[in-house]
Design a protein around this ligand. Structure first.
Ligand code: ATP
Ligand code: SKM
Ligand code: MG
Length: 186
């Protein structure tokens, strides 16, 4: 069932961006600040398979992971008032791009390669697509992925912000935009 009736204030917000940019961390804080429900699609996929992501890739393969990712994003994107953190590769699937762009507010969390590479050591163990890759390979993936993130409604550059500061800024910006778009009394 598509959510055709939702106003801009009610639409779910979908956080996109490269692995480790902060979609989960910032998304969770943003949800608290806006009194919304937070959904992490990676966590929902892990619940569905009852195993961590690296094991899902090993046991069932990336294709099964992507199919479940699509099913869950379609489900949560149609509900009102969610903040949805999707995996870094979700926008590789055109149907996910289309449904999120049509029915939600898509927020791209952007980061420069220079800032991102300082986070590699905290990311590599839980991200199968980073494991065993050289720095050069990671940079290639990082740059290739920028094309899919260029489809968004709004972009925020996280480089110089702590997660809490980013969430504060985004909450204020969204509230302001909702004020501007609110129907004016006659
Ligand atoms: N603004 C920030 N400044 C510094 N560190 C941050 C910031 N945002 C997130 N982090 C840290 O970076 C790491 C990755 O963050 P997070 O898990 O939120 O990324 P993600 O975008 O959800 O990644 P994935 O796509 O793999 O799910 C975490 O250890 C988190 O604490
Ligand atoms: O960028 C990606 O393709 C991925 C990012 C993570 O969030 C997980 O969804 C998974 O590790 C794949
Ligand atoms: Mg995440």
């Amino acid at each position: 069932m598509r959510n055709f009736g939702l106003s801009i204030r009610e639409k779910s917000i979908v956080c996109i961006g490269f692995m480790g940019v902060g979609k989960t961390t910032v998304g969770k804080l943003l949800a608290q600040k806006l009194y919304r429900n937070f959904v992490d699609i990676d966590v929902e996929i892990e619940k569905a398979f009852a195993m961590p992501i690296p094991q899902i890739f090993e046991v069932y393969g990336e294709q099964a992971f992507r199919a479940k990712e699509k099913e869950l994003i379609v489900k949560y994107s149609q509900q009102p008032l969610n903040i949805i953190s999707v995996g870094g590769g979700a926008f590789l699937q055109k149907e996910i791009q289309d449904i999120c762009m049509a029915d939600c507010i898509v927020l791209f969390l952007d980061i420069s390669w220079e800032s991102w590479k300082d986070r590699i050591h905290i990311l590599v163990d839980n991200r199968p697509l980073l494991k065993g890759r050289s720095l050069e390979d990671m940079k290639t993936l990082f740059l290739e992925r920028q094309t899919i993130y260029s489809l968004n409604h709004s972009k925020f550059q996280v480089d110089n912000f702590k997660a809490e500061e980013a969430a504060d800024y985004l909450a204020d910006a969204l509230k302001l935009s909702w004020e501007i778009h609110a129907p004016q009394p006659k």
